[in-house]
Design a protein around this ligand. Structure first.
Ligand SMILES: [Zn+2]
Length: 455
């Protein structure tokens, strides 16, 4: 890309302090295919002084070829023009206005009730990075500066930060944060209402300082807490999937995944309490993650009702609990959701992982098989979610010296073992383990299955 040619005369205005820094640049630009475009226009040039003299910084989005010439370059071909355009050296004549580099790093306020139960991530409430959240930025004069998703923290992307802006006006910037985000290429929406798709917007007016500016939403709400947890879950692991969506409706009567006839997708429903639980939010995302991965091969069924002590004591007739006996497919699915939550909030190499579920702390590392020791038979074809959750955890984690599968291996095994039969989850997933990656994890799968009592 050949940068626009700037005529020396045009710099006269720009060098005078205090003048607006928006002006037209005429010249020509050339795209990567060698096509020349006459009369390029730059709507915004940001004047800035560095050690080499004067440098003009230019926003790519502001450059468009003059379409009156009959040829129009696509915006994509012009993206490279966001580079610096160096104009002469030394400056001379007049003092340039001062411009600062600023950027805004969004923080979300969280208030989890299930916190600090020996998990490893986010042991205190307060402010967490707004990874990938959608932001609109307006400057001192309430002129639009930028809108888009902040950095999701993956790779070199900074957690929750906008790109750098150049400005000589630092006071009274207005930042809007919406209750949606994009992390690892997947979208998250947190709606304010149980049925309507109403996003929440947090607005704040702040004075900036040069450099990064941490800007927190002013108050915690069920939406800010849920959004923070959901973005962290996908940041930790999105199951190697992109272009998927996670839609939360808060303020619902129960925590569940429901089929939406309008979109043929499931949505996540959270109660006011559930939307403030680290485990519940990510558990429901785990269901959705499996649906994304399995599509029409997704199966779940938690309708089985057993006698005490393996009945569904706290979840109603169609529900499940840590100690309920379920059809094997139901135990597997519910355990996967809790396993995903455990995976997101815990260090994968430790040997003391815990999970808080409905006020009870479950030890993920130790514990005898529950179903086989406590429930009335027949147990073949049935399962218990605590057993299955420990199985998944034991399957992928252990000390640093142990070679373990990845989360993506678990998903691969589940994919190849699906659709899972009502009574045959254990056998179906074992055959998945036999097929996945040439069966290298089959022996480990069988060993942990026996240990956890899901075989
Ligand atoms: Zn569930």
């Amino acid at each position: 890309m050949v940068p626009p040619v700037l005529e020396p005369g045009m710099l006269a205005n720009a060098k005078r302090p205090g003048l607006p820094f928006q002006f037209l640049v005429t010249g020509h630009i050339q795209d990567s295919a060698g096509r020349k475009f006459e009369s390029a226009q730059a709507a915004s040039l940001f004047f800035h002084r560095d050690e080499r003299g004067f440098t003009v910084f230019q926003r790519a989005s502001a450059i468009e070829p003059n379409s009156s010439r009959g040829t129009k370059a696509s915006p994509a071909s012009l993206e490279h023009t966001s580079s610096q355009l160096t104009i002469g050296g030394g400056g001379g004549g007049g003092t340039p206005p001062l411009y600062w580099k600023v950027k805004i790093c969004v923080l979300l306020k969280v208030n989890f009730s299930d916190i600090n139960y020996r998990e490893d991530n986010w042991l205190s409430n307060g402010e967490k990075p707004g990874r990938g959240v959608y932001v609109k930025v307006f400057n001192t004069t309430y002129s639009y500066v930028w809108d888009g998703y902040t950095g999701d923290g993956v790779g070199t992307d900074e957690d929750g930060c906008t790109p750098v802006f150049y400005t000589h006006l630092l006071t009274n910037w207005t930042i809007f944060v919406e209750s949606r985000a994009k992390v690892r290429g997947n979208e998250i929406f947190v709606y304010h209402h149980p049925e309507n798709e109403w996003l929440t917007t947090w607005a704040r007016t702040v004075d900036l300082v040069p450099g990064p500016n941490p800007v927190s939403v002013l108050w915690e709400s069920k939406e800010s807490t849920t959004l923070a947890a959901a973005t962290f879950a996908l940041y930790q692991d999105a199951g190697s999937m992109t272009n998927k969506s996670y839609e939360f409706h808060t303020g619902a009567l129960s925590n569940q995944n429901d089929w939406d006839p309008n979109t043929s997708e499931t949505k996540i429903y959270l109660t006011d309490e559930g939307s403030r639980r680290k485990t519940t939010i990510v558990h429901e995302m785990g269901h959705r993650l499996l649906r994304h991965r399995l599509g029409l091969n997704y199966r779940n069924d938690t309708s089985y009702n057993a006698w005490p002590p393996c009945d569904t004591v706290d979840k109603g007739p169609l529900g499940h609990s840590m100690r309920s006996k379920e059809y094997s497919v139901g135990a597997f699915n519910e355990a996967f959701g809790y396993f995903y939550a455990a995976y997101v909030w815990n260090n994968h190499h430790e040997t003391n992982a815990k999970l808080m579920q409905l006020g009870e702390v479950i030890d993920l590392e130790t514990g005898a098989p529950y179903l086989k020791n406590n429930c009335t038979g027949p147990n073949s074809g049935y399962g218990n979610q605590m057993d299955w959750m420990r199985f998944f955890w034991r399957f992928i984690t252990n000390s640093y010296s142990d070679v373990t599968p990845w989360f993506s291996d678990v998903l691969g095994i589940i994919s190849l073992g699906s659709p899972v039969g009502q009574f045959t989850a254990s056998d179906d997933l074992e055959s998945g383990a036999n097929l996945w990656a040439g069966g290298i994890w089959l022996a480990r799968f069988r060993g942990k299955a026996t240990l956890s009592g899901i075989d």
